[in-house]
Ligand binder design. Structure first.
Ligand code: SAM
Length: 176
């Protein structure tokens, strides 16, 4: 069970990046994202994606990051904070794969120091600065070793049948 929290709010809102963090969370097998960047459109976008492509990924807006991290710790989630300063993913992946419940924390701008201390793991996807979208995707892939792509998204209206050439989409009949 994997959930994600994105913290931080830029002055110039970074809606596309935030939406992409949510889309990657959903597509790479997380169940839920908490975010401090309150933009109702993101909820709407993800609701429509669920309707069309299935599953019940959820988005929850939160005011502060700390209470959710505390709550999840009480629920026995382990906290993984993604940071370029953290432990190498190549060294940490075996032990984090063994965890049953994970809350992944991704930042936007500079993250508060306290997060480094509250986290059970600070993990670097390489030690170069890049993007929360790519860091999250690679972490989720390393944890699940590709198995996230074998999962079905239930109640989808459309389902892609992977093909070598062209597009093959199964459309579910609806009675209305
Ligand atoms: N300058 C910020 C800082 O010093 O914390 C980082 C900004 S970065 C665009 C936003 C987020 O992407 C970070 O908080 C982190 O979660 C993630 N990130 C970027 N590069 C990373 C890396 N090499 N490994 C892990 N996470 C990374």
């Amino acid at each position: 069970e994997i959930e994600v929290v994105r913290i931080g709010q830029r002055l110039v809102r970074d809606d596309r990046v935030t939406t992409h963090v949510a889309l990657v969370s959903r597509a790479f097998g997380a169940k839920k994202i908490f975010m401090t960047e309150i933009n109702p459109e993101i909820k709407d976008t993800l609701r429509k994606i669920n309707e069309t492509w299935g599953g019940n990924f959820s988005v929850e807006f939160i005011e502060k990051w700390k209470p959710i991290i505390k709550k999840k710790k009480e629920e026995n989630f382990k906290i993984i904070h993604l940071s370029m300063y953290g432990e190498k993913i190549n060294d940490a992946q075996e032990k984090i794969r063994k965890e049953k419940k994970l809350l992944v924390v991704v930042g936007a701008e500079k993250v508060p120091r306290e997060i480094y201390e509250m986290a059970d793991y600070n993990i670097g996807i390489g030690s170069q600065p890049h993007s929360e979208i790519s860091a999250l995707a690679i972490l989720l892939d390393r944890i699940q070793e590709g198995q996230q792509f074998e999962k079905e998204f239930p109640d989808a209206k459309r389902k892609i049948i992977p093909t070598k050439v062209g597009k093959n989409v199964q459309v579910k009949e609806t009675r209305d």
